[in-house]
Design a protein around this ligand. Structure first.
Ligand SMILES: Cc1cc2nc3c(=O)[nH]c(=O)nc-3n(C[C@H](O)[C@H](O)[C@H](O)COP(=O)(O)O)c2cc1C
Length: 214
C-alpha cells in the first residue's frame, strides 16, 4: 500500500474578498470581471475549466475543457460529439463547469444545460483553428480505445496526403456545446477558511443572489 503524507499542506487565502454590500446584479458581469482580471495578468490557461457530466447509470465524470466563447450569456466549448462526454450529454444534458483560478484564489461553479450549437457556428470556429488542430480533430476518435503502440504521425501524414490542397471540412462528429446557466457560484478564498461565497440562481428571467456560508 502506498501513502502520501500531505495532511500538513496548507495555504492561507487573503488576496481579496467579495464586497457583499455592492454585488453585481448579473453573474455574467461578475464572471467577465473575474475572467478579464485573470487574462489581464497573463495567467496561463485562464479559459480552462472542469466540465462534469453524469452517465445514464448516474456515474459522474469530470475533465478539463477550454471555454471558447461566452456568447449571449451562454458558455461554449468544443469537443468530439462521440467522446465519453458527448455520449453522456446526449443522455443527460445537466452539466457543471468549474473554473479554479489559483493565482487569484477564486473558483466559479456554473450549473446549466448543454446543447449542441448550430452547424454554422461550429464550422466558423473549426475554420478559424490552426490546420494542425483541424487535422487532429479529424484523425482522432476521442475516447475510443486504441492500440498501445498507435502512432498518430502516420494518421496525420495519411490525412495530409488525402487532403493535399483541399480545404479541411469540419467532421460531423466535432463541434461546440453551449451551456445555458441557471446557477453560478463565486468563491473567493479568505483567511481561516472563512471563504466568501456568492450564489446566483436564475428565477424566470431574473437572477437572484444569496450569500452562502463558507
Ligand atoms: C488544459 C486542457 C484543455 C483541454 N481542452 C479540451 C477541449 O477544449 N475539448 C476537449 O474535448 N478536450 C479537452 N481536453 C481533454 C479533456 O480533458 C479530455 O481528456 C477529453 O476531452 C476526453 O474526455 P472524455 O473521454 O471524458 O470525453 C483538455 C485537457 C486539458 C488538460
Amino acid at each position: 500500500m502506498k501513502n502520501l503524507d500531505i495532511n500538513n499542506l496548507r495555504e492561507n487565502y487573503n488576496l481579496d474578498h467579495i464586497d457583499f454590500s455592492n454585488v453585481r446584479k448579473n453573474p455574467i458581469d461578475l464572471f467577465i470581471d473575474w475572467f478579464n482580471f485573470e487574462k489581464s495578468n497573463n495567467y496561463k490557461d485562464v479559459n480552462a475549466c472542469v466540465l462534469s457530466t453524469v452517465s445514464s447509470d448516474n456515474i459522474p465524470s469530470s475533465r478539463v475543457v477550454l471555454l471558447k466563447y461566452l456568447k449571449n450569456d451562454e458558455f461554449i466549448f468544443f469537443t468530439n460529439y462521440n467522446s465519453n462526454k458527448g455520449k453522456e450529454i446526449s443522455c443527460n444534458n445537466n452539466v457543471c463547469l468549474n473554473f479554479f483560478w489559483v493565482n487569484s484564489e477564486r473558483q466559479v461553479r456554473i450549473n446549466g444545460k448543454a446543447t449542441k450549437i448550430s452547424e454554422d457556428d461550429s464550422d466558423d470556429y473549426f475554420n478559424a483553428r490552426p490546420i494542425e488542430s483541424q487535422i487532429g480533430a479529424c484523425v482522432s476518435s476521442q475516447s475510443e480505445i486504441i492500440d498501445i503502440a498507435h502512432d498518430f504521425t502516420n494518421d496525420v501524414e495519411h490525412f495530409k496526403f488525402l487532403h493535399k490542397n483541399k480545404k479541411i471540412k469540419r467532421p460531423n462528429h466535432w463541434g461546440g456545446y453551449s451551456i445555458i446557466p441557471h446557477k453560478i457560484e463565486f468563491w473567493q478564498g479568505r483567511p481561516s477558511r472563512l471563504h466568501d461565497r456568492l450564489l446566483y440562481e436564475k428565477c424566470k428571467e431574473d437572477w437572484i443572489f444569496k450569500r452562502l456560508s463558507a
